[in-house]
Design a protein around this ligand. Structure first.
Ligand SMILES: Cc1ncc(C[n+]2csc(CCOP(=O)(O)OP(=O)(O)O)c2C)c(N)n1
Length: 371
């Protein structure tokens, strides 16, 4: 179905969400139509924030908002859905639009398989009525679903459209970019030169895929790397957990700006412990590049000031390989908890592959490297 048809029939005028590649057509439509606009479209830091924001919109206008997300985000949204929106509490209606990654019977990455399997049951459990939208769903069918949903929403309950792969399409893709020129993969490669035998915890999405491919390219194994394939935003907490127990090993966290923003409270906890053996790197392209490139708010956030205020003793920002090399030399000299922000371009190689290793085996090897 054309995304315009979908939006017309749903007929709501406030959207908030975290982008998803399976919802690319909707995200592109919202960006092309509204951009980021306080009245109509906000990309929030995590799916729980989206529910909060949408709740505020409802309180202020009495109108039903739309919250969009990948099914991975249902977990983040579950707390406010169960403890705020539910009809036994405030009875606040919302329309959820959920990209169904890992749908049983489709090919997908390991982190999506179980989530995909339980997605519909999860919605049942949290009291959200849903319909599945697929490639062949017609406008008339959607209209009928929406008419029924209007009755459910009028009773203060939430509903969801679960979006199958290719269910929505758009005739034009939006191309996202920023003003930076440094390629993220080149920055990661430079860090590997300095990290040598250190351990690396990398974030969800293309950062882990690039790290993986660089190890392959250099003929190295993957035993020093732990890829946070799911649980977006928790990579730095995993790194902290390792660093606190293994003070004799240096641990690098390769974070993304979207992931860092998603659970930014982690910085305060890391700063409060300030482990000397942890280097927190943020590859900041001001975008959710792994799912299409839609913007984060990182362009207007002073990340190094935040890290400093949270208690990181050494903070620095690099925009070129030369500046990055200087920062990495300083990291080696200082031997203190460090935060390096690297401003990168949006984009990656078109032939970027996906990790081919068995994740449990990789986890075992990583643990052996820590011994
Ligand atoms: C809780 C959750 N919400 C959404 C996603 C989908 N997702 C995967 S990667 C990604 C973007 C990550 O952005 P960033 O950390 O800035 O890294 P980049 O992709 O730009 O390298 C998103 C939104 C997810 N995996 N988990």
């Amino acid at each position: 179905m054309k995304v315009e048809t979908f939006v017309d029939i749903v007929n709501c005028d406030f959207y908030t969400g975290v982008p998803d590649s399976q919802l690319r057509a909707l995200c592109d439509y919202l960006m092309a139509h509204y951009g980021i606009d306080s009245k109509h479209h906000v990309i929030a830091a995590n799916e729980g924030n989206c529910v909060g924001l949408a709740c505020g919109y409802y309180l202020a206008t009495g109108k039903v908002p739309v919250v969009y997300m990948q099914n991975s985000g249902v977990g983040n949204a579950t707390n406010p859905i169960l403890s705020l929106l539910n009809e036994e509490i405030y009875g606040i209606p919302m329309v959820f639009v959920i990209g169904w990654r890992g749908e049983p019977g489709t090919q997908d990455e390991p982190q999506h398989i179980y989530q995909g399997k339980v997605t519909l049951n999860l919605l049942d459990d949290i009291g959200i009525e849903y319909v599945i939208i697929e490639e062949n769903t017609t406008a008339e069918e959607l209209r009928q679903h929406m008419n029924y949903f209007r009755g459910v929403l009028a009773n203060g309950r939430c509903v969801a459209f679960v979006i199958r792969k290719n269910a929505l399409y758009s005739e034009k893709n939006v191309n996202y970019c920023n003003t930076h020129t440094l390629k993220r993969e080149d920055a990661i490669d430079k860090i590997l030169e300095y990290a040598q035998k250190d351990l690396i915890i990398s974030t969800t999405g293309k950062i882990s895929r690039e790290l993986y491919e660089l190890r392959e390219k250099h003929g190295e194994g993957h035993q020093l790397d732990f890829m946070t394939v799911g649980s977006m935003g928790h990579c730095s907490s995993i790194a902290l957990g390792v660093a606190l127990q293994k003070a004799e090993k240096r641990i690098w966290c390769f974070d993304g700006d979207g992931a860092l923003l998603m659970h930014m409270g982690a910085l305060a906890v890391i700063g409060s412990f300030a482990p000397r053996n942890l280097v927190h790197v943020v590859l900041n392209n001001e975008a959710h590049e792994s799912v299409g490139g839609m913007p984060t708010v990182a362009g207007s956030v002073n990340m190094i000031q935040i890290a400093k205020a949270c208690g990181y003793p050494y903070v620095a920002c690099a925009e070129s390989i030369a500046e990055l090399s200087d920062c990495l030399k300083e990291v080696n000299n200082k031997k203190a908890l460090s935060f390096i922000e690297i401003k990168c371009a949006v984009g990656s190689r078109s032939d970027l592959g996906r990790p081919q290793i068995v994740l449990k085996e990789n986890r075992r090897e990583f643990m052996r490297s820590l011994m």
